[in-house]
Design a binder for this molecule. Structure first.
Ligand code: BES
Ligand code: ZN
Ligand code: ZN
Length: 473
């Protein structure tokens, strides 16, 4: 999609059709009020009316909020994609709704067609914004540039998540990372099985052992010359999670190609960070592994020694993400002395039970740091909520055999006990600098909502970018 901002009045821009946002009262006084009411259009949220004879697309808005603009614009783009119109013009809404509207265009207009023998080709490809002279044009142009980078990085993440487990293996992920490093001037280091053995990453190796697709640890870094801080991002990159010997039920296994969404998200983040040229040094570590069954599969009853020396009693091979993260977090902390360490993982079904499918679970020890993500959530368009630790939940992952057990002894609070497991692999000096994001709910959707179509959503990317931009001011 081509999106442009013009420093000229709306009427002087040439396009096939014009978009107007209209609320209930504007609907009553609209020049085409009769036509609109004939079409049962009342200016409500998620209502749209296409007046072909007037080359006008009217979109309803309940109120002025980021969410309303994002959803209205998504509906507009979807509607136009099934017409033969090629271009649309509209007045740029004021801040912050301009950003939300652009997100509606790029994120709402996304569609994944790679596996269709006859992809849908739409004629619609241009959106022109007319800027009102009341605002600062250069500022609006910079919002457009920033939003395009972040939205396109979100779509990059979605594309990776949507690839089948056959197409997107740990090796393919490492090739994608290498290509991203080449185009975006990043450093890239990849560890294969021998490298993982040298680094004593027994937990990650155990999870990947039964797969014909060997694991890879990917490390991408973006290093501006005088960074104000250093941030480490860690992503769970399970290219497929069958559950291993603790095999998932048939219906729960479907969609488990999305278990790499955390890894794909941190790749999208570093892509956007480098394109925005933020003055922050960023390292992205991805544990790319496939959890499968086989004669040499790791087993419930195994005891694994993680990179930091702690021993783990395995009682369920489907709690594999935390084993991979245990080693990747250990490796990341050894390699980089960061100001913050954030991990993103589709870690637990329990997080979806707690918060629903639309919200990221935020966990960690530092209250201010966790809260700082809540305040960026409205701007970014992602929902997140804090799930609190407590001493009683911490005891549920004690092991009689090893240092810690990979599952809780009780069935409740599974998102938190998973995070408390990760806490065993966070060094003492990093405790206050760490936040864990469980994106199991929002990373993937099988029914469209907000700016999301079927499949990967790119959860985490917009939220993290918004936070980085706020904190680099
Ligand atoms: N990848 C899953 C978590 C998941 C479930 C993500 C549904 C997205 C949607 C994870 O590896 C897993 O299987 N977790 C288990 C943990 C349990 C064995 C303690 C779960 O949530 O059931
Ligand atoms: Zn699992
Ligand atoms: Zn998993």
């Amino acid at each position: 999609m081509n999106v442009e901002l013009f420093k000229q009045p709306l009427t002087t821009i040439l396009s096939d059709i014009t978009l107007e946002f209209v609320n209930r009262s504007q609907c009553l006084t609209h020049p085409h009020a009769t036509l609109l009411s004939g079409a049962k259009f009342e200016g409500k949220s998620e209502q749209i009316c296409l007046l072909h004879e007037h080359k006008l697309l009217v979109c309803g808005l309940d109120n002025e909020s980021n969410e309303e603009y994002r959803i209205a614009m998504t509906l507009a783009i979807k509607t136009l994609s099934s017409t033969n119109y090629a271009s649309l013009k509209l007045s740029a809404p004021k801040e912050p709704f301009f950003q939300a509207t652009i997100e509606g265009v790029i994120l709402g207009g996304y569609s994944f067609q790679d596996y269709k023998s006859k992809p849908n080709i739409t004629a619609f490809k241009n959106v022109y914004f007319a800027y009102s002279s009341d605002y600062d044009f250069d500022h609006f142009q910079s919002i457009l540039t920033k939003t395009l980078i972040i939205s396109n990085a979100t779509n990059f993440t979605r594309n990776l998540v949507n690839q089948t487990p056959y197409d997107m293996t740990p090796i393919t992920m490492s090739i994608v990372a290498q290509e991203l490093a080449n185009t975006n001037n990043l450093e890239c280091t990849i560890l294969d099985i021998n490298g993982l053995k040298d680094e004593k990453m027994e937990a990650m190796l155990a999870v990947g052992r039964a797969s014909v697709n060997p694991p890879r640890l990917i490390h991408l870094s973006y290093k501006p010359s005088n960074p104000t801080k250093v941030i480490t991002l860690v992503g769970k990159g399970l290219t497929y999670d069958s559950g291993g010997l603790s095999l998932k039920a048939a219906t729960s296994m479907v969609t488990m190609k999305m278990d790499k969404a955390g890894g794909c998200a941190v790749m999208g983040m570093i892509k956007a960070i480098s394109e925005l040229g933020l003055n922050i040094e960023v390292h992205a570590f991805i544990g790319a592994v496939e959890n499968m069954i086989g004669g040499d599969a790791y087993k419930p009853d195994d005891v694994l020694t993680a990179k930091n020396g702690k021993t783990i009693e395995v009682r369920n091979t489907d709690a594999e993400g935390r084993l991979v993260l245990a080693d990747v977090l250990g490796y990341a902390q050894e390699k980089v002395n960061a100001d913050y360490i954030f991990d993103f993982a589709t870690l637990t079904g329990a997080c979806m039970v707690a918060l629903g499918s639309y919200t990221t679970g935020v966990m960690g020890h530092n209250e201010n740091l966790k809260n700082s993500f809540l305040s960026t959530s409205d701007n970014s368009g992602e929902y997140c909520a804090i799930l609190p630790f407590n001493r009683h939940l911490k005891k549920l992952i004690k092991s009689d055999l090893a240092d810690v057990c990979n599952v809780s002894s009780k069935p409740y609070g599974g998102a938190i006990t998973a995070a408390l497991f990760l806490d065993h692999f966070i060094d003492d000096n990093m405790k206050e600098k760490w936040v864990h994001f469980d994106i199991a709910g929002p990373a993937y959707t099988e029914s469209a909502y907000d700016v999301h179509t079927y499949g990967g959503t790119g959860a985490g990317v917009r939220m993290m970018l918004e936070w980085m931009i706020q904190s680099s001011k």
